[in-house]
Design a protein around this ligand. Structure first.
Ligand code: ATR
Length: 275
């Protein structure tokens, strides 16, 4: 019988994960199928119980269930618990265990494109689930200073206060971040601003950006947000969210199969799907 994996979310039809993982199973000669499953919030608990009952080996969790799923799992990895979001579930001998590979996927991508990232003066823009994943994983990796700016300053304060790892952080309003932007060498944009359908919007002005900065945006569709286009015009190096997406998938695949897949091949697959 084929091994069974899935991704649950609402909506789910446009997820790139099934195409990416099914090609990986084929490339690694694993008899398995990865199925997109449309699960509405009111059916989440029943869906998780059903997946467990049929003996699913693992699944991904996407918007809007990454937080809501946590009470329905048997165990949660400590980093995922601190982040407050699960994107990968592994069935470990009939116990569903939740992990977060979004933050670690982001950091894997950063290691590749900016190997000296831990020495950079860093600013994270945003304080939602994606920001928490990246901030806590960078802190866990030993980065000592990471500043945060967010529209709602109290939310950034909560994110910093709840961080289980030692890291020094200054919290800035959007206005303050815009004023002081030239100080930062690594800027990580984690909000949904700039994503379809609001592609014209930017989370903050880059008027004071240094031309030596590295600017990263977790959005990969569009492939260059206006934020990244403006950063490029200022002479900065840029990275979109494709690396994070690919590596979160690679790390999930590794948890399920023990195999760390070829990330270049995964990237090609997603680019083909994006057309
Ligand atoms: P995710 O889990 O995808 O990170 P989220 O938890 O809803 O999503 O967080 C969204 C982030 O984008 C937050 O930092 C949010 O700012 P607030 O904390 O002030 O809400 C930010 N964000 C979303 N829409 C925004 C907007 N129109 N202007 C400024 N910030 C916005």
């Amino acid at each position: 019988m084929k091994r069974f994996f899935a991704v649950i979310g609402d909506p789910i039809a446009h997820s790139m994960s099934p195409g990416m993982h099914n090609e990986l199973f084929q490339a690694n000669q694993i008899e398995a199928h990865y199925q997109p499953l449309h699960v509405k919030r009111e059916n989440l608990e029943a869906a998780v119980a059903g997946l467990k009952a049929v003996g699913i080996e693992g699944f991904n969790v996407t918007v809007p269930h990454k937080e809501a799923i946590m009470p329905y799992l048997d165990k949660i990895d400590p980093l995922a618990k601190a982040i407050g979001a699960v994107n990968t579930v592994v069935n470990e001998g009939s116990e569903l265990v939740g992990f977060n590979t979004d933050g670690s996927g982001y950091v894997e991508g950063l290691k590749k494109d900016l190997p000296c990232f831990s020495e950079k003066r860093t600013l994270i823009v945003g304080a939602g689930g994606a920001a928490r994943g990246i901030y806590y994983t960078l802190a866990e990796a030993g980065v000592e200073h990471i500043d945060i700016c967010n529209r709602t300053v109290q939310k950034a304060m909560r994110m910093v206060d709840e961080c289980p790892y030692s890291v020094q952080s200054k919290i800035l309003s959007i206005d303050e971040a815009e004023e002081q932007l030239s100080r930062y060498e690594l800027i990580i944009q984690t909000t949904s601003i700039g994503m379809h359908p609001n592609i014209q919007a930017v989370p903050l002005s880059l008027r004071n950006l240094s031309g030596n900065a590295f600017v990263s945006d977790i959005i990969y569709n569009p492939s260059e947000t206006i934020f990244l286009q403006e950063a490029k015009q200022k002479g900065a190096s840029i990275q979109n969210g494709l690396s994070m997406f690919v590596y979160q998938g690679a790390l999930a695949f590794e948890k399920w199969t023990g195999i760390m897949p070829d990330s270049d091949r995964m990237r090609e697959n997603v680019l083909e799907q994006l057309g």
